[in-house]
Design a protein around this ligand. Structure first.
Ligand code: BF8
Ligand code: SF4
Length: 658
């Protein structure tokens, strides 16, 4: 059975709802990201290969290595310096975005504990105490508020502390082998802000010209990114609850013509979570204007946050964000920060949808700006929801067209939720349910899907293809971000995906868990672990697996794939994943091909030093083969090592007995 419809266009999207909207856009002459991508062709070769330097205003210097005189920048910078600098500056951008998101959560936790953020509360006290103990905060005889305050302060210290100790959220979450590795390579961050500032300094005109050193500086900032993400996940769980399995739906068919539809779009749940509460509270006001209630939907990672905790359906993912407006029933799109294409405003202009910006660092000309403040959170959220209620009356019936595609989603698999599920089979050692299945050969390893959509690929196609191929070969799959959005829309986050694509081993494994799950739905083919900052949950999973198997991360049968990576954040995540020892596929070639040396550092030297490395492969079928081969090799070595160790130990003990 195929759960993709035939009615898809292999050049633009494999999402049938997006396809329908794209057809509508063509008919009505509405410009979308797809058109603008076309208009940008051919894209600048210098930019595409990373050899254009704009770091000082003597530039731009565009390098042609084969052309004497143009083989270096005006200052004498070599092509490898330029490519490396450009690459790591992406990491600085990504780390800034993730960590600044984390910082806001930390401030809100602090202010909640101090009583200055009356609309927030500490929801998961168990997780608070667990995190406190892990990072060395006293809990015995201390009030919940005081523990929360101490935890929040520790988190804020990770941004700007002045000592040279490693960041707490790195030191308390990774294994000793990686700690040593990061120490030896001098990439342990001591403060997030400092690592990012240092990287910008390091890559300023006339500073570091050594590509290896520049890349190591980039990895330090990438680990700072990990710290920011890790603390963001922990503190968000403390404030709003740790996700548990939840059943919902995805794709544009979740929009409801009879209700007031509000989309939350962006990343930071401080606002979107409040909009969830406000929408529930104001349902009667929606009914008073003739609607059947309020239908809240999510786009991108703020959507993932409220899906994981509240079961809010996903409307769509990054690549197709504009298309949600074209349904004509979206009364308001509420943005917080990151990955919001300014192009959404142009589409809003063609429909009645009101675009509401809420952050002082993310405004779009022509949209409503309702500044969101933690101190007045619910009041702000109510204001936004009421704006949508008002807007409902201006809907144009003749422009309504909702594609009738939606799929069931079983999400909410935080690390804790996964362990709770595994504990139903093995309460003493939940993680060994997964590791034993790998050792037995039932499961061939784990692949984590992360990242975005990118116009350079067919929307959702790389992501779905690689997952299908790996699932057929019995690889256990987890996902975050817009990759999870693609899976949600295609039915891969439900039982339907298992029936369609799971290989015999994977199916047996999932069904064994399903029997005990106690859920009102079957388990999914792919386990949704959350938003992009929640890649920290994925890191917890691999750390726990390695601990159980008594191996280091470079030996673990675990790979990652960002099949349609787009943002600076995706590059930053990829960089810390490889530094953790995990081979990472990227389906879009970043601008590094202009330097063989830099390309080699990321794909080869990284392997020698960290055990993790990038695999750049645009063809999804080939990528799935390479990823599987990496898993097989690691799983095979794991078994051989264990058998040898067992034999050696028993021979040794026999010798002693003798
Ligand atoms: O942080 S996956 S397009 S929405 S960057 Fe953006 Fe990429 Fe989506 Fe989430 Ni992550
Ligand atoms: Fe050109 Fe050097 Fe300035 Fe870059 S830093 S723009 S290579 S002069």
């Amino acid at each position: 059975m195929s759960i993709q419809t035939e009615q898809t266009d292999k050049f633009r999207t494999v999402d049938p709802a997006a396809y329908e909207m794209l057809e509508l856009a063509s008919t009505n002459g509405i410009q979308t990201a797809w058109d603008r991508y076309k208009a940008q062709q051919p894209q600048c070769k210098f930019g595409n290969t990373g050899v254009c330097c704009r770091i000082c205003i003597q530039g731009p210097c565009r390098i042609i290595p084969s052309k004497p005189g143009q083989d270096k920048g005006i200052c004498g910078a070599n092509v490898y310096t330029i490519v490396a600098r450009n690459l790591v500056r992406y990491i600085a951008g990504g780390a800034s975005a993730h960590s600044d998101h984390g910082r806001e959560i930390a401030y809100t936790l602090l202010h909640t504990a101090e009583g200055h953020a009356p609309d927030y509360k500490i929801t998961d006290t168990d997780k608070l105490v667990k995190v406190a103990k892990r990072i060395g905060v006293q809990t015995e005889g201390i009030s919940i508020n005081d523990i929360a305050k101490a935890v929040a302060i520790k988190a804020l210290e990770d941004f700007g502390k002045y000592d040279s100790k490693p960041c707490t959220w790195l030191e308390s979450t990774i294994d000793d082998e990686r700690k040593q590795k990061f120490k030896q390579t001098a990439i342990t961050p001591t403060a997030i802000d400092r690592s990012i500032a240092q990287l910008m300094h390091q890559t300023h005109m006339g500073n570091d010209a050594d590509p290896v050193n520049i890349i190591f500086g980039g990895l330090k900032a990438a680990l700072a990114d990990y710290v920011g993400m890790s603390l963001a996940t922990d503190l968000t769980d403390i404030l709003f609850g740790t996700p548990a399995p939840i059943i919902t739906e995805a794709n544009l068919g979740v929009l409801d013509q009879e209700k007031i539809n509000i989309a939350v779009h962006g990343h930071n749940p401080l606002l979107s979570q409040m909009v969830v509460f406000a929408a529930r509270e104001l349902d009667a006001e929606a009914k008073a204007v003739g609607a059947k209630g309020i239908n809240l939907v999510g786009i991108c990672c703020t959507g993932n946050e409220v899906l994981m905790r509240e079961g809010v359906p996903t409307a769509t993912n990054f690549g197709s964000q504009e298309l949600a407006i074209m349904t004509g029933v979206l009364d308001a799109m509420i943005m917080d920060v990151q990955c919001i294409s300014p192009g959404v405003k142009d589409i809003c202009n063609c429909f009645h949808t009101v675009l509401v910006t809420t952050s002082h660092i993310a405004k779009i000309p022509g949209s409503y700006h309702i500044e969101f403040n933690e101190a007045t959170a619910m009041e702000d959220a109510r204001k936004i929801v009421r704006l949508a209620i008002k807007q409902y009356g201006t809907r144009k019936a003749e422009l309504v067209k909702i594609p009738q595609f939606k799929k069931q989603v079983v999400g909410g698999f935080s690390f804790e939720a996964l362990m709770n599920l595994f504990a139903k089979i093995n309460p003493e050692s939940p993680i060994s349910v997964l590791t034993d299945a790998i050792l037995a050969g039932e499961i061939k390893g784990v692949c984590a899907f992360v990242g975005c959509n990118n116009q350079k690929t067919t929307h959702d196609n790389n992501t779905l293809t690689i997952a299908r191929e790996l699932a057929k070969k019995d690889v256990f799959l987890v996902s975050t971000g817009c990759a999870a959005g693609a899976f949600a829309k295609a039915g891969y986050l439900s039982e339907e995906g298992v029936e369609a694509y799971a290989g015999p081993g994977l199916k047996k494994f999932i069904k064994r868990l399903e029997e005990k799950s106690g859920l009102n739905a079957g388990l999914p083919l792919i386990f949704h672990m959350g938003s992009c900052v929640d890649n920290s949950r994925v890191a917890t999973l691999w750390t726990e697996m390695a601990r159980e198997l008594k191996v280091s991360l470079p030996q673990l049968p675990f790979v990652a794939s960002a099949p349609e990576a787009m943002s600076e954040k995706a590059i930053s995540i990829g960089a810390w994943i490889i530094s953790m020892g995990i081979p990472t596929h990227v389906g879009v070639i970043p601008p590094i091909e202009g330097s063989d040396l830099v390309y080699g550092i990321t794909t080869q030297i990284a392997r020698d030093v960290f055990g993790g490395y990038f695999i750049f492969e645009k063809d999804p079928m080939k990528a799935s083969e390479v990823l599987f081969e990496k898993l097989e090799k690691r799983a095979w070595k794991l078994k051989i090592n264990r058998e040898t160790a067992k034999k050696y130990n028993s021979e040794l003990s026999k010798a002693y007995e003798g």
